[in-house]
Design a protein around this ligand. Sequence first.
Ligand code: GAL
Length: 415
Amino acid sequence: MRAKLLTILIAGCFGAGSAMAAEKSVEVVHWWTSGGEAAALQVLKDDMQKRGYTWKDSPVAGGGGDQARTVLRARVAAGNPPDAMQMLGFIITGYAEEGLLGDLSGVANKEGWDKVVPAPLQKFAKYKGHWVASPVNIHRTNWIWANKKIFDELKITPPKTFDELLAAADKLKKAGYIPLAHGGQPWQDATIFDSAVLSAGGPAFYQKAIIDMDKDALSSKTMEKAFEQMQKLHGLLDPNYPNRDWNLATAMVINGKAGMQIMGDWAKGEFLKAGKKPNVDFYCFQYPGTEGSFTFNADQFAMFKVGKEQETGQLTLASAIMDKNFQEAFNLAKGSIPARTDVANTKFDDCGKKSMADLKVAMGKNAMLGSFAHGHAVPEAVKGAMIDVVTNFFNKGGSPAEAAKQLAAAVKNAK
Ligand code: GAL
């Protein structure tokens, strides 16, 4: 008798409790745990709080998101997906194909997202014409971040060619600095490869080799040049680079231990968090040979079908993310630029203004290209196979010609 009473009581509470809690909280899985990432995410948490929702934070540490994607896959397999997940490119398409993502078109159409989100980004935010993700930003991966004080001390200006980059690195090494700060993780190696391919062959070649996966382009002399660049860059690293987190490599540039880092503009979030200013404490410039081109990586939040009681919170989150004021505030902290093209650049710093201007130009000439390293160029299985070739070559060396052949073979087998 007592046990039965207790159950009803608990059910009563839980029912009442969880219905109320469920309606007013949204659980979000993401990998934004570095100083700059967390500062930017706080803008969204505060925004949801103001809208009456508790943010249930489910961070999974690990830059680039590999660990978070593994956790997600396990939760989906266990039938316990989160309300919302930070997602990139083809990952969104994959979960949409499985029919697991909620349709955000109601909010998107009411708020006119079609008019302000660039088409190359809509390719991933929409599935069969339905909005399945809310884009929070546009990151760019073909950046180099440099310590301005060291550059000024050694009379180095931002290099315009790859040879100038090597000459600058030589000066840095001779002066006792680590020329290139890097974290030895496959996604970070692949992020450099985005730029090496673009530098070696230009936007049309990147499109043909990486996005169109053309086998001749993948094994071409031009691709060999990209691997040659990777090989020379590897020579600029310090011996402690293996498995270093990206933001620790950024800190080496911030603290004057290293001269440069090749990384997406989430690195700028770390400089800003440390109170540093562009063109005062640090330089931001395009990887030599990629000026005018734009390899993009856009963070988006997709909502899983977890039940009616969560939908209002999920749609509120989707709407909050695409809010014009939020897009400005978040991206000022994150280092990226808004996914919305109608946000003014007034409050953005020189790096942000350059990225927004270059995006417009790149969009005009088909040079807004999906980042290979961050899942906007090829589907996940192909990306994984290609990254294995790239990171193996980068860390173990070998012949660039052989690496290009292996890359073509990896794509052929994984497609
Ligand atoms: C990327 C993500 C960025 C950034 C980076 C480092 O995959 O899109 O927003 O935070 O990882 O963690």
